[in-house]
Each structure stands twice: as C-alpha cells, then as structure tokens.
Design a protein around this ligand. Structure first.
Ligand SMILES: [Zn+2]
Length: 321
C-alpha cells in the first residue's frame, strides 16, 4: 500500500475555523480570556456543534489570530499531500462580531501561503438575508474569493436568499452549498434549483431518491463527502456503515474531504486512510478519489493537469519494483 500523504490531493470542503491546532486554540483562548476544553466535546447533533463553534469564534479576536490559523492551516495541509484547497471561511460573521467587516478576511488572506488556495465565503441559513448580502459584497471585493455558499441547518430554506444567488452568479462567482447532509432529496432539489449549487456539499442523502441520483450523475455534479464528520456529528452511526461505497457504486463523482478536521481528529491524509481501512479500497481506488477531487475543483487548468500527472506517478510502480 502506498503512502496516502504522498498522494496529491485537492481539498474541497473544509472550514478554516475547524482546522485550528489544539495547542493554538488553547493559546488563543488564554490570550483572549476564553476557557477552552482540553478535548472537543461529544456532539449529540448540530446544536451542540454550533455551541462549540461559538467557543472557537470567541478565541478569534485579533488580526494576528486569523493570520496565524491560516498560516498553520497551509503548513498542515502541505504536510499531508494537499496540493490545492478550496477553503471555507465565515468572513462576514467574524467581521460583524468584531466591528470590522474586512479585517478577518484580509488577515486570513495574509496568512494563506505556500499552498495554492481559493476561498469560499459561507453564510448560515439561519442568519438574515442582509448579512448574506454583506458576505457577497465581501466576496466581490477580493480576487482570492471564488465562491459563496450556504451552510447550517437545512430545515431553513434557501428561497429567501435567491436574490443573493442571482447577484453572485451575475458577478461571476461560483455557488457551492451544503445540502443533503441532514436533510433529504427535497433539500437537494432546492439547492440545485434555487441555490444553483455546482457541487453537493455532503450530498449523501441523494441516495434516498434514485431519480435524483440519476439527475446528479447525468449533470456530472460532484459530491463533497466528509465521512468522519458525518460520524462525529451523529448523521451516520459508524464509518463502516457510511454510504460512501453506495455513492461510488451509483456512478456518482465522489470526493473525500474533512469538513471539520480539528473536531474529528482526521486531517485529509488520515481521512483517506480511514476510508481505505473501512472499505478495503486499493491504491487504484484511492487514486480515483484524488483524481475526482482535482477534476471537481475550480483550480486553474494548469494546476489540474500537473496534479493529475502526479497522481499517475504516485500509482506507477517504481523502476524494478
Ligand atoms: Zn461543512
């Protein structure tokens, strides 16, 4: 079996605020007067997870805090063979909280270095439409931002945000929403029709409706599957019971992602390793996941071609081997 940290990978679904090293979070908590538990708590659903995210946000106050987590994020990704990442950041929420809309995003952009990255600004479905407008305004100001997307509890409809999506599309931004994570096919249809999503963020519940599976397959829409996150957040009972093999078997384009690595304890290379161990995939299958991550990305064509070549090289037997 080949080293999965050496396999070139694109990371398409990861929240910057959930990548913070445990030691860094403790230090930021101490500096900013927030009591950080030694370990992330056990989550019994989205609410408990949202509470933990509030604690993480409270640890992020100053420009150097944001710059540091972005810099360390890049270092950690490079160490596990990530060559390109589309990173999600809830910029407007931090900006409103701290009374300076641009500072958190500008600080993150300063910290991102060494790894080819593009930023997606997300917005919670629970939050007001006018904040979504501010997220979009922010996204349009910075070339490094390529997309906006909706996250959070899917029982909140995307319909109130339709005008935001129209404006984003008209301005050339991509739309990438969380959907089909905890809610079923109706939510995915809404993300396609109202949200105009260009991939399914999670999307695992697509399997509830064979006609939707066929539509997603025919349209070539990739799924950003995050197996460890689904288990940690209680959406899937255990990794061996994860629907990943059924998604692959249905002919869908499946990418592997971490979503919230500091909470699951799995970085991207570890996520690949857990999947290989749980389902017995061989190196060819793991290379296929990596290829899918590249082709489903919005990376420049030159980056895609170089990464696909390097994935082939990873699979090629060494001379004399
Ligand atoms: Zn997510």
């Amino acid at each position: 079996m080949r080293d999965l940290a050496a396999l070139p990978k694109a990371h398409l679904h990861v929240h910057l605020e959930s990548t913070i090293r445990p030691g860094t979070l403790r230090e930021l908590g101490e500096a900013n007067g927030v009591a950080v538990p030694a370990e992330p708590p056990q989550f019994d659903g989205f609410r408990a997870f949202a509470d933990y995210n509030a604690l993480i946000r409270a640890c992020l106050q100053h420009p150097e805090d944001f710059e540091r987590i972005a810099r360390e994020y890049c270092e950690d990704e490079l160490a596990q063979g990530t060559r390109y990442a589309e990173v999600t950041f809830t910029a407007a929420s931090h900006g409103e909280r701290l009374g300076d809309l641009e500072m958190p995003l500008e600080s993150v952009l300063k910290g991102l270095s060494g790894l080819e990255t593009r930023l997606l600004l997300d917005h919670s479905r629970r939050r007001p439409v006018d904040r979504a407008e501010r997220t979009l305004d922010l996204a349009l100001k910075y070339d490094e931002v390529f997309a906006i997307g909706m996250a959070g509890e899917e029982n909140h409809s995307l319909r109130p945000f339709a005008t935001v999506f129209d404006r984003a599309r008209a301005a050339g931004l991509h739309l990438l929403h969380h959907t089909g994570e905890d809610a079923g096919p109706d939510s995915i249809r809404e993300a396609l029709e109202v949200g105009r999503t260009e991939r399914l963020g999670h999307g695992i519940r697509v399997l509830d409706d064979p006609s939707l599976v066929a539509e997603v397959r025919e349209r070539g829409l990739a799924l950003e599957v995050c197996p460890s996150s689904n288990v940690t957040l209680g959406l899937v009972p255990s990794l061996p019971e994860h629907p990943l093999p059924r998604l692959v078997g249905a002919g869908l384009t499946v990418t592997l992602n971490t979503d919230v690595p500091s909470v699951t304890g799995a970085n991207l290379a570890e996520e690949y390793a857990r999947v290989r161990d749980a389902f017995g995939y061989d190196d060819t299958a793991m290379a296929d996941f990596a290829r899918a991550s590249v082709t489903a990305s919005f990376a420049p064509e030159s980056t895609k071609q170089r990464m696909l070549r390097d994935i082939d090289a990873w699979l090629t037997p060494a001379a004399g081997g």
